[in-house]
Design a binder for this molecule. Sequence first.
Ligand SMILES: Cc1cc2nc3c(=O)[nH]c(=O)nc-3n(C[C@H](O)[C@H](O)[C@H](O)COP(=O)(O)OP(=O)(O)OC[C@H]3O[C@@H](n4cnc5c(N)ncnc54)[C@H](O)[C@@H]3O)c2cc1C
Length: 410
Amino acid sequence: MVAKGRTIYIAGAGIAGLTLALALAKFGATVVVLERTQTLQTAGAGIQISPNARCVLDRLGLSRQLTQSAFVPQAIDIYPFRRPRPLISLQIGQEAQERFGAPYAVIHRADLAEILFNACRRFANIDIQFGVRQFDLETHARGLSITVERTDHNTINARAFAFIGADGVHSCTRTLILSGPESEYSGYVAWRTMIPISMLADTGIIARDRTSLLWGPGFHAVAYPHPRHDRFNVALFTKEKLDDPQKISSVQTPSLPRMLLKSPQIEAIMENAIAGWSMWPLNAVSTSTWHKGPVGLIGDAAHAMLPFQAQGAAMGIEDAATLAPLLVTETDAQSALARYQSLRQKRVDRVQRISARNGVIYHMEWPFSLARDMVVSAQGPTGHFDRLNWLYGYDPNPEINTVQTIQHFT
Ligand SMILES: Cc1cc2nc3c(=O)[nH]c(=O)nc-3n(C[C@H](O)[C@H](O)[C@H](O)COP(=O)(O)OP(=O)(O)OC[C@H]3O[C@@H](n4cnc5c(N)ncnc54)[C@H](O)[C@@H]3O)c2cc1C
């Protein structure tokens, strides 16, 4: 039974927060999203949307928009260090569609943010408030009181059924309201840049229509095309000692050991990265404090992870799909959040572990890299999907279609 008239507040209009808003609004809940920034955040470059996340977004009615904006590479070409040709091409395009009923696609972050935002705007029962300076919560016998201070000096006082922190890796819902831990610097950074497709593809060194995964001693890199933007998205991951691991910095060139340039693909990337680089420290969150009373966490706020399995946003999308029906059907928010955590945490922990392990595997030095390459070759071009069926074939809410959805269009 869907309970009518519930109001849910969400901190953060990122991928997890907007997905949750959309999922809740479809069940008829009233949703208020509080976003710190003045406009929609589109920072970052590209994002891979695996079939487990895509199935959720498709169910929310976004299939057409995603198909228009995303690109589906047919394969991931894996290049061990200094190899001019791929060791193996892992099939993802048609193969993912056939196995999991959804493609494994790549999309520009700005496009994904806009698709989610525009979908939210069609619901009269979603209010997205930008420019939120801070919020304060008080729980009492009759529920939850919220005070929101805006940067324009207006204050909002409201009552809500639940408050969900989707406020990212440095979440203050986690640290200040739930007294949970700060995020921890992993020791890795991501160097990101965009390169015009023809500049990189014309070098003949990586394919223009596939994802390339480069492995090397102490680093790895991922490059995939966004044909709609005529750009390759490139992310290079290395270990760095940092003075301030909270800070994203724009820099001209990554300080790479000269040895990395012996990779023909890295050399081509460095030569063609005319737009400059930005450096992102990679922080992770490990906590079992996902909720207290009517206050809970989803997405990076609950479980930020290394992006080495490309699953951080996917886990936030799954969280939203699991939590939304619980928030509208359980008798109280505390039990909805407890059930949500019991359904989600084991899986998320497992994904966090494989993401961290990939860092070790991708960055292996010789001679261990030889054994790694033999194992990967032996798995064959579709072996990764057999191994990761539990990840990509997962349904975060098989009952979702049986709960009646209510649509409030503006
Ligand atoms: C290099 C790199 C590559 C990645 N690649 C992939 C990939 O291919 N696939 C994948 O699934 N994941 C990937 N990820 C992970 C993914 O980017 C994150 O997991 C995802 O963006 C987290 O979404 P979120 O909504 O939880 O948090 P965020 O995207 O961080 O959104 C949080 C929002 O909350 C707002 N906010 C913060 N504090 C407050 C506050 N106090 N009040 C109000 N609002 C607030 C922020 O402004 C922001 O809008 C990658 C990450 C990195 C670093």
